[in-house]
Ligand binder design. Structure first.
Ligand code: SF4
Ligand code: SF4
Length: 77
């Protein structure tokens, strides 16, 4: 099964990934991170199809997706 991981303290709470996910896997948290933002988190991880749209969409490179043992992490900086 694909696995999506969000580094919550990199998140700036823009919610682009939540809107981009075709499976409604992600939601914004009601907690805040160290930057003071509500952060995205996977709440329906079992619905993830590993499309990686969330990781490509995130402007802050906060999302990694692992599919069949391959870890996708875009624009490493
Ligand atoms: S990999 Fe695709 S289905 Fe999975 S959380 Fe990201 S956008 Fe949603
Ligand atoms: S796209 Fe990135 S910065 Fe924006 S809410 Fe999602 S994880 Fe956070």
């Amino acid at each position: 099964m694909p696995r999506v991981t969000i580094e919550k303290d990199r998140c700036k709470g823009c919610s682009l990934c939540v809107e981009a996910c075709p499976q409604q896997v992600l939601e914004m948290s009601l907690d805040i991170n160290v930057k003071g933002y509500f952060y995205a988190r996977p709440v329906r991880a079992h619905h993830c199809i590993g499309c990686r749209v969330c990781a490509i969409t995130c402007p802050d490179v906060a999302i990694e997706v692992a599919v069949h043992g391959t870890l996708y992490h875009y624009f490493d900086y």
